[in-house]
Write a protein that binds this ligand. Structure first.
Ligand code: SER
Length: 320
């Protein structure tokens, strides 16, 4: 069967990059981007686009049927900081959005579903260092609660209805092609823009806040690899732990100073600090490595090198 992908939330931080990568792989016409945004970002304007809310079940069904979609990537969500501002909508979008795609997969309208989970499924009682795949999960954020419930739904639909759903617990994602929005880990993207523009950054997390992070390229490769893997290799149907590198704001600043020696960072922790404090320092992703061959490429040094190089290009392009 010819592969035809639908990306829901294609204008978001991950959605844009996933659309670009899948279009390169499958061809532009085989990857339908969709989002609630009216205006399509230039980066993904070269291929098919549907104006679509994942909460509109009838329209979602119609888009899937009319394009003969075989795989769906459901990337529409409110992230951790934004979810705290609007818990009711976060629950509606993160939960009903997922259930809509699970139900249409159950009806047999398409064959594979990718849905992202997050390190936010863990909580204050979870072991923080090399957090195991199976462990205490007591999320205390609206976002984390929605992702943990989502993981349980994924496993339920896989077991009870044979839905072929695949999922990854993304760490904080660091990329340069698209702007992040509403996450607690987003400081680690913004810092590069501020470092290059003004050599100064005021961080909304404290200096010692260690969090698991990952270069966007690695995350996109993981997303495509897990979705392409033969079904029998996907032994976990809730969501897989996934690790790249871990660092604190202070460590990131030290690494940035190797490229921008006069870079200065100050700290003014806000409500996002308590979210970050409830999440792991580092992740044990041995199951992803052994089950479907995951291997990360970017450590902190490489990630910083790449971000400095690419953000410099972005900023000089916008200055012209
Ligand atoms: N990066 C996300 C956030 O900060 C966590 O998955 O909200």
């Amino acid at each position: 069967m010819q592969r035809k992908a639908l990306i829901i939330g294609a204008c978001g931080q991950i959605g844009i990059e996933l659309t670009l990568a899948l279009r390169q792989k499958l061809g532009s016409s085989s990857v339908i981007a969709s989002d609630v945004k009216e205006i399509v970002p230039d980066l993904i304007a070269d291929g098919p686009y549907e104006h679509l809310s994942v909460l509109d079940l009838d329209r979602l069904r119609q888009v899937i049927v009319s394009h003969q979609i075989t795989e769906v990537y459901n990337m529409a969500a409110l992230l951790s900081a934004t979810s705290e501002m609007n818990p009711a909508f976060a629950w509606e979008l993160n939960m009903n959005g997922l259930l809509h795609t699970l139900n249409l997969a159950k009806e047999g309208l398409f064959q594979r579903l990718f849905w992202p989970s997050s390190i936010a499924v863990f909580g204050p009682s979870t072991p923080r260092i090399h957090t195991p795949q199976d462990t205490i999960m007591d999320p205390n954020s609206v976002y984390g609660i929605s992702k943990l419930a989502g993981e349980r739904w994924c496993e339920y639909y896989a077991q009870k209805h044979q839905v072929d759903v695949r999922s990854i617990r993304y760490p904080g994602l660091i990329g340069y092609r698209s702007a992040p929005g509403g996450g607690t880990t987003d400081y680690a993207v913004d810092i590069f823009y501020k470092a290059i523009e003004s050599a100064k950054y005021a961080c909304f997390l404290g200096p010692q806040t260690m969090l698991p992070m990952m270069m966007m390229e690695d995350a996109i490769r993981a997303t495509i690899d897990i979705t392409e893997a033969p079904s029998e290799k996907i032994k976990i149907r809730s969501s897989y732990n996934l690790a790249g590198c871990s660092f604190t704001p202070e460590e990131l600043a030290i690494e940035i100073r190797k490229h921008i020696p006069n870079f200065e960072i100050t700290y003014a922790p806000d409500f996002r600090q308590s979210l970050a404090d409830s999440w792991p320092d580092s992740i044990d992703d041995s199951r992803a490595r052994s089950d479907w061959g995951w291997a990360h490429q970017y450590d902190t040094r490489l990630l910083v090198e790449k971000m400095i190089e690419e953000v410099r290009k972005n900023l000089s392009a916008t200055a012209i």
